[in-house]
Ligand binder design. Structure first.
Ligand code: LLP
Length: 421
């Protein structure tokens, strides 16, 4: 099956079922239950390789680091690390996860706009390659922990580039009115402060303009801006953040990594020797993931709406309730059946906004059918919650006709593990 929002290895097997990495998705639900996150290893590896290959072909001194906030588990991090990528971590928890996955600490960039003293110390102790400093308060804290420990820290300063990207307001980050990054007119002062520290070295600048962006113009603009800063302050590294969009719906034409690479490297080639760093998250894991649910209730309100109510929802995928995100689904047991009905796939949680797909197209479905929601690899598991004390789903990685459990399904015991008796 070829649809841009499906994993690369998606196909239809002899039984007419949807398969990923040679694994029959209906069979997987019998073995692992639902809801179930399924990841295609081939897609993850292929996106990592595309990024590294396309950028290095044009601009050899490029480091690709995976934004682990998109999907942070030890198993996924191991795959990404084995492709030679580094990591963007934005908390002590993400740092801990990639260290467990044996990531090279030198290739870890520690982000966050309010890292605690404890997290800064943890970063120093494991020897992260770079701290990305967001503001003067963080610089002061980093100075404190470096002075106390006697350990050095190399940093990038995150700037607010004042560039608007056309994406959902909640995932725009580079506008002037933003909680992220140092305003450009305060950089002289911040750089001056770094120079006065004993143990902190300024390596360069970082900016992240937002997420799920289809237009390359704001990326080109931010690269130019960072190039100017590199010259002005005589630094060595340009980190343009992440943000490349993916196709959530079959009809969407998302940017191609090779074209993106051409546009970004075109700004830098012949103009600088600085190292280029980019931080894709969604575009590495997004279309690698599918979520499988079982239909438990069919509620047809004549003339109003038909609901298929599934056994998951906003706790495993909060993107509709947060951003009104759109998804597309197939029936795992008959992926090619004609989509003749308009239905709303709703969740099991005590909230009316708990919807996975509003007014989507599906073939007629019955109780017990398995619904496969596409392109759920990024910002689903990583933003999952235990609302209604529902255990979070399991996650498997499918490859070469084997499904490996990378995250166990939570148990009721897990849910109360931290409750005091
Ligand atoms: N670098 C930085 C500093 C970031 O803040 C982010 C994402 C990335 C890289 C990776 O961006 P990506 O390539 O994944 O677009 N929860 C939202 C997305 C939030 C993105 C936050 N930062 C969503 O579900 O759409």
């Amino acid at each position: 099956m070829k649809m841009a929002n499906l994993p690369d290895s998606a196909g239809i097997n002899d039984k007419g079922h949807l398969e990923i990495g040679g694994c029959d998705l209906v069979e997987l639900t019998k073995e692992f239950g639902t809801p179930l996150y399924v990841l295609d290893e081939r897609t993850i590896r292929s996106r990592c390789r595309d990024y590294v290959k396309c950028f290095r072909a044009e601009y050899p001194d490029t480091e690709v680091i995976f934004a682990s906030k998109a999907l942070s588990t030890v198993g996924v991090s191991e795959i990404v690390a084995s492709e030679g990528l580094g990591f963007d971590v934005s908390s002590g928890g993400e740092l801990y996860t990639v260290i467990k996955a044996k990531a090279d600490p030198q290739k870890i960039y520690f982000h966050g706009n309010n890292k605690s003293l404890k997290e800064l110390k943890e970063g120093l102790e494991v020897g992260v390659g770079r701290f990305v400093v967001d503001n003067e308060y963080e610089l002061a804290n980093l100075e404190k922990v470096t002075n106390e420990s006697g350990m050095r820290a190399d940093i990038l300063i995150r700037v607010n580039p004042g560039i608007e990207a056309h994406t959902h307001e909640f995932v725009q980050t580079g506008r002037v009115d933003s909680k992220f990054g140092a305003p450009l007119d305060q950089l002289d002062e911040l750089v001056g402060r770094v120079k006065k520290t004993k143990l902190i070295g300024l390596k360069g600048f970082h900016a992240h303009i937002g997420s799920q962006i289809f237009d390359s113009a704001p990326f080109v603009a931010v690269t130019k801006l960072l190039l100017d800063l590199t010259k002005k302050y005589d630094t060595e590294e340009i980190n343009i953040g992440g943000g490349l969009g993916i196709p959530y719906l079959a009809g969407e034409t998302a940017p191609v990594i090779a074209d993106f690479a051409g546009q970004i490297t075109g700004v830098l080639k012949g103009k600088t020797e600085a190292k280029l760093i980019l931080e894709p998250g969604r575009s590495i894991v997004g279309t690698a993931g599918i979520t499988l649910y079982t239909v438990g209730v069919v509620r047809d309100i004549p003339g109003v709406r038909k609901y298929l109510i599934v056994d998951g929802g906003m706790s495993d995928n909060p993107r509709f309730i947060l951003y009104g995100a759109k998804y597309e689904a197939l029936l795992a047991g008959k992926p090619e059946a004609e989509k003749t009905e308009t239905v709303t796939v709703a969740g099991r949680f005590c909230e009316s906004g708990d919807i996975v797909i509003k007014d989507g197209k599906l073939p007629p479905a019955q109780v017990g059918d398995i619904i496969a929601v596409l392109a759920t690899g990024a910002y689903n598991y990583s933003m999952a919650s235990n609302y209604n004390r529902v255990p979070r789903p399991a996650m498997v990685i499918a490859s070469r006709s084997r499904a490996e459990l990378v995250v166990k399904r939570e148990t009721y015991e897990d849910l109360i593990a931290n409750d005091s008796q």
